[in-house]
Design a protein around this ligand. Sequence first.
Ligand SMILES: [Zn+2]
Length: 389
Amino acid sequence: MASSGAGQVEQLRRRNTARVLGVLRADGPTTRTDLSRRTGLAKATVGSIVTDLESAGLAAETGELTTGRGRPGRTVALTGADVLGLGFEVNVDYVATVSLDVGGTVRHAETVPVGDETPWDVVTQVAAERADDVRAAGGRIAGCAVAVPGLVASDRRTVRWAPNLQWRDRDLAASIDAATGVAGTVVDNDANCAAVGESSHGQASGVDSALYVTGTVGIGAGWIVDGAVVRGHGGFAGEVGHLPLGDPAARCGCGRTGCWEASVGLRAALAATGVTEASTPWASAERIAAAAPDTPAVAEGIALIGRHVGHGVAALAGFADPEVVVLGGYFVPLAPWLVPAAEEVIGERLTFADLHRPELLLSPLGLQAAAIGAAEHALDPVLTGSLLP
Ligand SMILES: [Zn+2]
């Protein structure tokens, strides 16, 4: 059938375009000959894709001539600094936003406290403002994506259940579409997004097998195997916050006792240290860290959280055997007291700690990890070649 044949040609063209974009993004400017070698595509195919990318404003010749063996060639580079993916992370007490250009450079990053408004209102307002700002500066929006602390339906549009936000079956994507005027918003779990952020911009970049544990009011995990996020059958893999890995007596917001989150979530850290909450989990953690050097009870409170973190990480690492475990979110400012306590318990509890012990790393991305991962998702229409004319 002609239509399916044309569809296959189009699919192939998108796939090839994605390969060329992938090489330019990962390795920087290069010649058409080199692109052909690295993608395994014919030179004529590469030439035609580069022409398409140029007319879409995503690539340009840099004017540089390569020397060395063979005929000199002009270097092609990604441009597209004005083509942006808008990523958002909505949480109980803050909304983070990151704008990422096609080359992977962060063009804008901001964390807005929720304050007296609702997280829903704040994320839609922030999304509308970001879209307006990009357009006012003459930029183009490739897409939008939102990271949420909860379970997302397989359509990647509807929030099925976000307990800490009290959202059930809410069409967040439609609301962001309307706020930004950009169709096709993607919604994804925050820990999955953070894992993508770490994998593309942070500690887990270039690592094949990583476990990312994010600490805010809730606890989530993103699991990367062979460089890709493991989503599970319903997209719910990595929901570790309510696994019974915590103090069996600790009451959780979900109504159960013993959840990991009830022992290592931000509220548990505030209770263990007696420090009052600040505007964001990061600010709260900095407040706790500032008190720790002079207050032994605060340092001991953090160490207690660290031991619960170690207990859970040992269990998860025993199952997943990752090369690295990246701790993110509010855990990071507490690392000097938290990590040694966690390491000690991991040494005691991980069966194969003597043979292979995953390296415990700290996220360098602050509260932005999930928003960066969301912004990567938001660029998908460009990076997969489907936005080209
Ligand atoms: Zn729970």
